[in-house]
Design a protein around this ligand. Structure first.
Ligand SMILES: NC(=O)c1ccc[n+]([C@@H]2O[C@H](COP(=O)([O-])OP(=O)(O)OC[C@H]3O[C@@H](n4cnc5c(N)ncnc54)[C@H](OP(=O)(O)O)[C@@H]3O)[C@@H](O)[C@H]2O)c1
Length: 295
């Protein structure tokens, strides 16, 4: 039977991390939740909360259409589309191989664009919200993160225009410019620095070296993030009326999210660079490179 009353949400990238936690939070608040990812088995425990796991690969239009057809066969609307699936893509900007940047853009940028296109009719019917997990990396340079940063900055740019275009339909757009959140994303990354990479200094892989302490950093707990994110989604969804006609929202959530915006907007580049050198433990490595290449 096709449901027309109950609030419905679809979360992509729901087999772990933010998507998993956000699916649970939405279900707790009474939404009928569809959780999409490639690892369907990892989403099985969500069924206990009434969440419906579905197979989804955001790099495949066929897979996205199949997910839409399934949701459409059971609902005539979609209140929340949370485009959250994403991958990390670390590599030096001057050495990155085609395979890595194509994959990164396929998942992080073209994926949500495809999902938005395929699901927008259902969201328009609900006058619902399109939410996305972008990143402070889109505004703040993370060493060896140029590809990830550009995929997320590209997505943020897409959202700004998307919001303008969907405004006449009464649809809202929410960009989660996210800071650091404790999830598996860093561990899932396979970093393959070439044997002759410029950034392999005296046998030290500078990418691994710069990211070594992530495990111990004080990143925001993913369940705390999910509660804040769903609060933001609901406030944006319920906003409007006489006092506000806004349909485009940015929410800075996660460790360092708001401060990243402040640093890049107001501090001189030299201060930012010192912070990066210190924060990512690149002083010795960069000094060795300077010495070797005479900068
Ligand atoms: N954690 C952070 O500090 C942080 C900061 C800023 C932004 N973000 C963004 O937040 C989002 C969620 O990341 P997370 O931290 O929760 O990491 P995560 O635990 O690794 O989750 C990533 C999710 O994306 C899914 N995914 C990857 N490739 C996919 C594909 N081709 N099709 C469908 N789903 C796919 C994964 O599921 P399958 O592998 O099962 O498909 C997984 O469920 C990402 O977009 C990430 O860039 C995270």
């Amino acid at each position: 039977m096709v449901e027309s009353k109950r609030k419905v949400a679809f979360v992509t990238g729901a087999s772990s991390g933010i998507g998993y936690a956000a699916s649970k939070e939405l279900a707790k608040r009474g939404y009928k939740v569809y959780a999409g990812a490639r690892r369907v088995d990892a989403m099985k425990p969500l069924e206990e909360l009434g969440i419906i796991p579905i197979s989804l690969d955001v790099t495949s239009t066929e897979s996205i259409v199949a997910a839409r057809e399934l949701i459409e066969s059971e609902n005539d609307h979609l209140d929340i589309l949370f485009n959250n699936a994403g991958i990390p893509c670390a590599a030096p900007a001057i050495e990155v191989q085609d395979e890595l940047f194509l994959r990164c853009f396929e998942v992080n940028l073209y994926g949500p664009i495809r999902v938005t296109r395929e699901f927008s009719k259902l969201v328009i019917k609900a006058k619902g919200i399109l939410a996305y997990t972008t990143s402070t990396a889109g505004i703040f340079p993370i060493p060896f993160g140029s590809i990830y940063s550009s995929s997320k900055a590209g997505l943020s740019a897409y959202l700004s225009t998307l919001a303008f275009e969907v405004k006449p339909f009464g649809v809202k757009v929410l960009d989660f410019v996210s800071g650091a959140i404790k999830t598996e994303i860093m561990n899932s990354e396979k970093i393959d620095l070439a044997p002759d990479s410029y950034y392999r200094v005296d046998g030290v892989d500078l990418i691994k070296h710069s990211r070594g302490d992530f495990e111990n950093n004080k990143f925001m707990d993913v369940n705390v993030y999910a509660v804040k994110a769903v609060n933001d989604i609901e406030s944006a969804l319920n906003s409007g009326g006489f006092f506000s006609s806004a349909n485009y929202f940015k929410s800075y959530r996660g460790t360092m999210a708001s401060i990243s915006w402040f640093i890049t907007s107001y501090l001189p580049r030299s201060v930012l660079e010192s912070m990066l050198i210190k924060g990512f433990k690149l002083k010795d490595g960069f000094n060795a490179i300077k010495k070797k290449y005479g900068a």
